[in-house]
Design a protein around this ligand. Structure first.
Ligand code: 173
Length: 509
């Protein structure tokens, strides 16, 4: 093709292009002219301008997959490599708080002292970068749904069976026809590199070890192909899909995913707009230079709506509707006809519609409490879905042809067993694995899965079920589920980790 090899640019040359009029940045040793892209950047122009003429790699990496910049900028804006030796290092100020955090990170307890998933959260909260904690832990508005997701499980009690031979218990099962060692999967969560440099690969590797399915997020920090390439032969992965306003982009992504062997497509339907996550938003404010903020504020230029998530979500199509589902079928049917599942269904009427439209299942989910506050928990919705789809379509659950999944608030194998008894095929777990790898990398995720494994083994014995098929409706009493008062002692483990919402603070003068 005769591609011309460009001589590397010098750092001094790049540094001249440090303004809105001419803005070059360096990412991974290459120079890009982003002047015309500034106003199109989903995260706003301000953050790019901060790095105008400089090396932006450290800021870029946690938020973007490696190919985001090359995919989004026309080739003529790729100016070629820079001689890194001539680039002035961007001065990274390590604040006293950051030093203290790094000290805390060094003092984290050995994994052998971590006994349950709450423990990972407690450690993560103290050792993770503040921004990452704010992004992962935050939820919508007053975070009522975030807490309800967990609390709902406290209104479901067991009715165990006794005197069954529970010497051997087997809690492996199938999800969409694929074997899994436990009735759980790792659900999609964005921006894994905010918590750990290996990002989502921590999940891929631990999932392989434990024979657990990973759902890859559209907004992973690692590139989709990198996550697939790091899977073991035969390892099953699903894809969570945010549908782009530009359907050609979604079509390419879906067809590529199919060819790469993705075994289920989970179309997210609860996020036409991203919820207000105020912890995340406040964190962004704090990161700003106050003088800058007030200067720009006068001109009305500060966009107060942007936290880490909102900043990168403007591509999501709020116009997505039921009639689009046919299109998904049409773009997948000639390939492998990957099963389509709607993620974020919140009432029986929509579950019924999904069934009638030929979906392979639904995830009863409120997006970890991050979208509509006062959305009910998935496990509460599960009860009405099982009842109404039984009544109206004669279905019984769990059901191979139309599978029900639940996510949100799950911290214990007992939570999962309750959902399974109520008719779920499996349950998605998200944040606990983020907290595990943010504190301990892949080993943390391994340990989290081992803990769940041990909890399943014991609790299967204690409820008197030898296989997942024996975990049946009669083993739980959910008669209180719709009464939103909790008459059990406070769940102090969870409470210890929950961080109350802050109000605006006066600036220090
Ligand atoms: O919950 C989220 O934070 C999320 O789904 C998301 C959506 C868009 C961008 C980043 C994250």
């Amino acid at each position: 093709m005769g591609a011309t090899v460009k001589a590397p640019l010098s750092g001094q040359e790049v540094a001249k292009h440090n303004s809105r009029e001419s803005c070059w940045i360096i990412v991974h040793g290459n120079v890009y002219d982003v002047t015309e892209f500034l106003d199109d950047h989903p995260g706003g122009s301000k953050i790019i301008l901060k790095y105008a003429g400089k090396d932006a790699t450290a800021e870029y990496d946690p938020i973007h997959p490696p190919n985001a910049i090359t995919d989004n900028l026309p080739p003529e804006k790729h100016l070629g490599p820079v001689d890194l030796g001539t680039v002035q290092k961007v001065e990274v100020k390590i604040t006293d708080e950051e030093k203290a955090r790094l000290e805390r990170f060094k003092s984290r307890p050995p994994l052998s002292e971590i006994l349950n998933l709450h423990d990972f959260e407690a450690i993560a909260r103290r050792v993770m970068p503040e921004k990452a904690w704010a992004y992962y832990s935050s939820a919508a508005d007053d975070e009522i749904t975030l807490r309800e997701n967990h609390a709902a499980y406290h209104r479901i009690w067991f009715r165990p069976r006794i005197l069954r031979d529970v010497t051997h218990v087997d809690f492996s099962t199938s999800i969409l026809g694929h074997r899994t060692s436990m009735p759980i999967y790792i659900t999609a969560t964005a921006l894994g590199k905010l918590g750990h440099p290996d990002g989502e690969l921590n999940l891929t590797r631990a999932a392989a070890k434990h024979n657990i399915i990973q759902m890859i997020p559209t907004l992973a920090s690692c590139a989709f192909d990198e996550i697939v390439d790091n899977a073991q032969p035969g390892q099953v992965q699903f894809l969570q899909l945010y549908v782009n306003k530009d359907r050609a982009i979604t079509k390419r992504l879906v067809q590529h995913a199919e060819l790469r062997g993705i075994k289920g497509l989970f179309i997210t339907v609860d996020a036409p707009q991203l919820g207000r996550r105020e912890k995340d938003m406040r964190m962004k404010f704090e990161a700003e230079d106050p003088a800058e903020v007030s200067k720009n504020d006068k001109q009305g230029e500060v966009d107060r709506s942007q936290g880490a998530a909102r900043a990168i979500s403007s591509f999501i199509d709020p116009g997505l509707q039921w009639s689009d589902l046919k299109w998904f079928k049409s773009i997948t049917k000639n390939l492998i006809a990957v099963p389509l599942i709607l993620k974020g269904v919140q009432c029986w009427e929509d579950a019924l519609e999904a069934y009638d439209q030929g979906m392979a299942g639904v995830v009863l989910s409120n997006h970890g409490g991050r979208q509509l506050d006062f959305a009910k928990s998935g496990v509460e919705i599960l009860i009405e879905v099982v009842e109404k789809l039984g009544e109206k379509r004669g279905l019984s659950f769990p059901n191979e042809k139309f599978q029900l999944f639940v996510d949100g608030g799950v911290r214990r194998a007992t939570d999962v067993l309750k959902a399974v008894a109520l008719g779920a095929t499996a349950v998605g777990i998200g944040r606990p694995f983020l907290y595990a790898f943010s504190s301990y990398g892949q080993e943390g995720v391994d340990a989290a899965l081992t803990i769940l494994h041990d909890e399943f083994e014991m609790n299967m014995r204690l409820i008197g079920a030898r296989t997942i098929k024996e975990v049946v409706r009669g083993m739980v009493d959910a008669s209180n589920i719709h009464t939103h008062t909790v008459a059990v002692p406070e769940d102090s483990l969870y409470r210890l980790n929950y961080e109350i919402m802050q109000s605006a603070q006066l600036r220090e003068s």
